[in-house]
Every structure is written in structure tokens, then in C-alpha cells.
Write a protein that binds this ligand. Structure first.
Ligand code: NAP
Length: 260
């Protein structure tokens, strides 16, 4: 399918690996000019080189922490007029409610709520003026069904979801479309870290933790960055002009529900 976004310009946050990279690759395949971001410069440069050589698109890189004011300023300096913004950052650490005080909550809220809100706020005026924009925020299945050990994610991302729900409906008439993707378990470094924590918590091997987790997903496996990227690119396409403020689960059927 032609996504109709060849020549559009995108900022893809936190995109040297994992879901962000999956989104970047699918956008590159659709002919989008990219500005990629991550904190570790050499890994980011390798990803950018790989995408340039495979898809022949222009790729800029900004090695910075997107959860800081300086990091976001550097991203917006590299790409001041994005048509597409993919909001993403690392997820908070696992634990239980009694592990977290003000400092832990402020970090989670900064990374997974304020950072995407501030980036959206920065790019929205230009998108509105140009009468075209797509903002996709990567949240988590935890927004819909809380994951006990990821309480920081449950809370912070729910705040972002509320912002998008309201704002999407204010900017849609200007051709700016905002939606969220709620990933379930995808086989990235993040899931490797979480499986290692599960193996320690439950006193089982990592392979056993992975096998149990995958058996609990109706699809029978973890998702891949490619599964995720294709859906993310579609949500940035011309074809979503009437799809406003939605929260799209991509979880292999893990959330058990007839509807909604
Ligand atoms: P990942 O494989 O660990 O990749 C994270 C990427 O983000 C890397 O490129 C990393 O590079 C970059 N990054 C992390 N923190 C950053 C920061 N502060 N500033 C800039 N770049 C940063 O993680 P993932 O699985 O793709 O997950 C992406 C997001 O989706 C996370 O918020 C995660 O919690 C959420 N999520 C993931 C899953 C899953 O199953 N994978 C499920 C639900 C939600 P550097 O480390 O070099 O910065």
C-alpha cells in the first residue's frame, strides 16, 4: 500500500533500537526523511547508516537525551518543521508501589508523560499552520490493563493518554492527527530486561520466563519491531485522516476483551 507520505519529514524519538527503530524503518520504506535520536551516539550512527543504505532516504541524527530540555531543543533544531512526530523514550524500571517515592515518580512522569507532551506542544503550531501533521505516541498496553510491576508506566502514560485524548480533538480540524499505539510484549532490549527481572523475581531461568510470557499471548510469540513499525507507519499515513485520538493495542491478543 502506498502510504502517501513520500517526502514528508519525521522526528522519531528514541529510535536507534527496538520499537523506535521499527517505526523509523517503516517510515524510511515509505520515503520519509528522518531525524533519529538516542543517547548512545555510535549505536545511533550505525542505525542511521543502515537505514540510509537500505532505503536511500535522508537521515539526520541527534545524540541526546530526549527527556531533557536540551535534548528536545537539539532535536527541534535539527528538524524544525516535522510533518510527523513519533514520541518515544525508554520505559521506567519495574518494581512495586512501595519502591517509588517523589524522585522515581518525577522521573517517570518527566520521561513518559511530560516529554511527549512538550514535544507535541512544540511541533503542533507548525503542523496546524501547514494543515498537515501526524503525531503518534508510543505508550503501552499498561494504559489499558495495568501491569502490577510497571506501576510507574501505568501512571505516567495514563497522563499522556489523557492529554492526547483532549488535544487530538482540538487539532484534528487543522489536518493534524494524533493517536497512540499501545504495545504489548515485543522482543526488544526492553523485554530482555523485563524477562531478566521476572526470572529473578520468580526464581526461574530467563528462557523459562520468556516461554511462559509467550505462551500467555494468543499469537504465541512476542511481537517484533517490524510488526510494530508497519502499524506505526500506517498511523502516520494519508489514510488516517478520519482516525482521531485513538489508542491502538498491538499485543498479539494479550488483552482479553470482546470489544474495546
Ligand atoms: P529498547 O529496545 O530498550 O530501545 C529503546 C531505544 O530508546 C534505544 O534506541 C535507546 O537508545 C533509546 N532511548 C532510551 N531512552 C532514551 C532517552 N532518554 N533519550 C533518547 N533515546 C532514548 O526499548 P523498546 O522495547 O523499543 O521500548 C520503547 C518504549 O516502548 C519504552 O518506553 C517501553 O517501555 C515501551 N514499551 C515497550 C514494550 C516492549 O515489549 N518492548 C511494551 C510496552 C511498552 P539509548 O539507550 O542509546 O538512548
Amino acid at each position: 500500500m502506498d502510504l502517501g507520505i513520500k517526502g514528508r519529514r519525521a522526528i522519531v524519538c528514541a529510535s536507534s533500537k527496538g520499537l523506535g527503530r521499527g517505526a523509523a524503518e517503516a517510515l524510511a520504506e515509505a520515503g520519509v526523511t528522518l531525524t533519529l535520536n538516542a543517547r548512545t551516539a555510535d549505536v545511533l550512527e550505525r542505525t542511521a547508516d543502515d537505514i540510509r543504505s537500505r532505503y536511500g532516504v535522508e537521515v539526520r541524527t541527534v545524540a541526546a537525551d530526549v527527556t531533557t530540555d536540551d535534548g528536545r531543543a537539539a532535536l527541534l533544531e535539527a528538524e524544525p518543521q516535522p510533518d510527523i512526530l513519533i514520541n518515544n523514550a525508554g520505559g521506567p524500571p519495574p518494581g512495586v508501589w512501595s519502591d517509588w517515592g517523589r524522585a522515581e515518580w518525577e522521573k517517570a512522569v518527566n520521561g513518559n508523560m511530560l516529554t511527549p507532551i512538550l514535544l507535541a506542544t512544540a511541533v503542533l503550531p507548525g503542523m496546524i499552520e501547514r494543515e498537515w501533521g501526524r503525531i503518534v505516541s508510543i505508550t503501552s498496553g499498561s494504559v489499558k490493563s495495568p501491569i502490577p510491576q510497571l506501576g510507574l508506566s501505568n501512571g505516567a502514560r495514563a497522563g499522556l493518554t489523557g492529554f492526547v485524548g483532549g488535544t487530538a480533538r482540538q487539532v484534528a480540524k487543522h489536518g493534524v492527527i494524533m493517536n497512540n499505539i499501545l504495545p504489548g510484549q515485543h522482543d526488544t532490549d526492553r523485554i530482555k530486561g523485563l524477562m531478566s527481572a521476572t526470572s529473578q523475581r520468580e526464581n526461574i531461568g530467563v528462557d523459562e520466563a520468556r516461554a511462559r510470557a509467550q505462551a500467555a499471548i494468543p499469537r504465541g510469540r512476542f511481537g517484533t519491531a517490524e510488526d510494530f513499525g508497519a502499524i506505526c507507519a500506517f498511523l502516520c499515513s494519508e489514510h488516517v485522516g478520519f482516525m482521531v485520538g485513538q489508542n491502538i493495542l498491538v499485543d498479539g491478543g494479550a488483552f482479553n476483551s470482546t470489544m474495546g
